[in-house]
Design a protein around this ligand. Structure first.
Ligand code: SF4
Length: 458
């Protein structure tokens, strides 16, 4: 077993038994579960909307090279600079170069999973550049020294008391502040940073090819401030974020907000098509867009799992997943958790190292049911498992266990050799993992064959 796999099992085991953790995330997920169905009512045919979104993303991903080049050509004509980063190191080197050129000491950053993926804040801190998270949930996580717990709700595992305690510890606020008071504290602290920052960094929810623009969706206005206030705006986005046309937003914006949080549409939706133009009064002097591959072309090259690139990061599959709801976001040990994380992480990183995530699923298919863009998530988990077997990453013990199981299942007589009592003894004595969290298994005394004969053979 790899180190990542054993860490995952150890963390999951602890979290799965932590009732307080489960209570908090179930409480927060239940709030989404109550409003998402209401939000879906805005679609006259929600199934058709999901199907259309899937088709549009299919079109975008099948023509990814053309779409990205069109985007580059148009946004460049308005003065933005597009930089292509094949890896984390490339992206970080480009960001550092810009920071050094601007003598940057403070950055304001809006919520972006890609910046988590490349561990940007840690990298900048090493170069004495302060990078401040300006999304409230991310700000809380940054104060606590933790990565985001969920792709949409970074501090989902904390309740208001936890946050009040954290603010009192780290910001020396009076204890027991209410959520409104806590928000005002964060607002005051962050306003200062917006004024100081030389550079603002954002992600992009969508890259709009035919418009040469990026679209950002948020509820707090911090992303809009991050891209408009500092003199330099850096966007970092995965290459899969492309949609072909501006009009596609009329489908993707409501889909993203409804499937993510149940809102009909998110509060702030911004389209940025370049730095400040000569006839404009505000906006940054310079804009850079870093297009990140970092393993996404592995997914593109693999026709069977390619559709995972359609993901719009709404988070619905996490909220629906019985595994996620028990072990939470941090146990995965990766940037992208839940069903989508378990599909893409082994492909983005290393199948051998991360295949265990694709096995951590009951394959109930709830993720596929709720996916905003109808990605066949549970089938893709199976595909990853299949690939890992084909590539010989299965242990000798596991191979033998399946071989034994297959032989027994194909030969009913061999299953009937042992009595129910004997089967119970074998399983309860030797299958230790099964017993860890369960009471003894009791096999029926009579086999299926015996029962069948008794009932049907006169
Ligand atoms: S896989 Fe589907 S449900 Fe999960 S985050 Fe992506 S779009 Fe949302």
């Amino acid at each position: 077993m790899t180190e990542n796999a054993s860490t995952f099992i150890a963390k999951s085991t602890i979290k799965a038994a932590d009732r307080e953790h489960r209570r908090k995330i179930n409480f927060n997920i239940a709030k989404y579960n109550a409003v998402v169905p209401l939000g879906k009512q805005q679609f006259t045919n929600v199934a058709l909307a999901r199907e259309q979104a899937k088709n549009i993303k299919w079109q975008a991903i099948e023509n990814l090279d053309e779409q990205l080049l069109t985007f580059e050509k148009i946004i460049t004509s308005r003065g933005a600079k597009v930089l292509w980063a094949e890896s984390t190191d490339d992206a970080l080197a480009e960001i550092l170069k810009i920071c050094e050129a601007k003598n940057c000491t403070t950055i304001v950053k809006s919520k972006s999973m890609v910046t988590e993926e490349i561990h940007l804040n840690k990298f900048l801190a090493k170069h004495n550049i302060e990078s401040v998270e300006t999304d409230l949930g991310e700000y809380i996580q940054q104060l606590d020294g933790e990565p985001p717990y969920h792709i949409v709700t970074p501090a989902m595992h904390k309740n208001k008391e936890d946050v009040a305690k954290l603010f009192a510890e780290k910001l020396h606020t009076p204890s027991g502040l209410t959520p409104s008071e806590l928000t005002l504290v964060a607002r005051e602290k962050l306003r200062e940073k917006f004024v100081q920052a030389e550079i603002g960094i954002t992600g992009a929810n969508f890259i709009i090819a035919n418009e040469g623009a990026i679209a950002i969706t948020e509820n707090e206005g911090n992303a809009r401030l991050s891209c408009a206030w500092p003199k330099t705006h850096i966007v970092i986005a995965g290459i899969e974020k492309v949609i072909p046309s501006l009009t596609d937003l009329s489908l993707f914006w409501p889909l993203l907000s409804t499937f993510g949080t149940g809102q009909k549409v998110t509060v702030y939706n911004t389209i940025v098509a370049g730095p400040r133009q000569p006839d404009e009064t505000d906006g940054p002097d310079e804009m850079y867009v870093i297009l990140l591959d970092n393993g996404r072309t592995n997914l593109l090259a693999n026709a069977k799992v390619r559709e995972s690139l359609y993901c719009i990061r709404c988070g619905a599959c996490l909220n629906a997943c019985p595994v996620y709801k028990n072990i939470g976001g941090h146990a995965y040990g990766t940037t992208y958790s839940g069903p989508i994380g378990s599909v893409i992480t082994p492909q983005l990183k290393d199948l051998k190292e991360w295949k265990h995530l694709s096995y951590a699923s009951s394959l109930c298919g709830n993720c596929t049911e709720v996916c905003a863009v109808k990605i066949n998530l549970h089938e893709l988990l199976l595909e990853n498992r299949n690939e890992s077997v084909q590539q010989g990453y299965t242990s000798f013990g596991e191979k033998m266990a399946w071989k034994f199981w297959k032989t027994a299942m194909l030969h009913r007589a061999s299953m009937n050799v042992a009595s129910g009592k004997m089967k119970s003894w074998v399983v309860n004595t030797f299958v230790k993992d099964w017993k860890k969290n369960r009471s003894d298994l009791q096999f029926p005394q009579k086999s299926f064959n015996q029962l069948w004969r008794e009932r049907h053979v006169k």
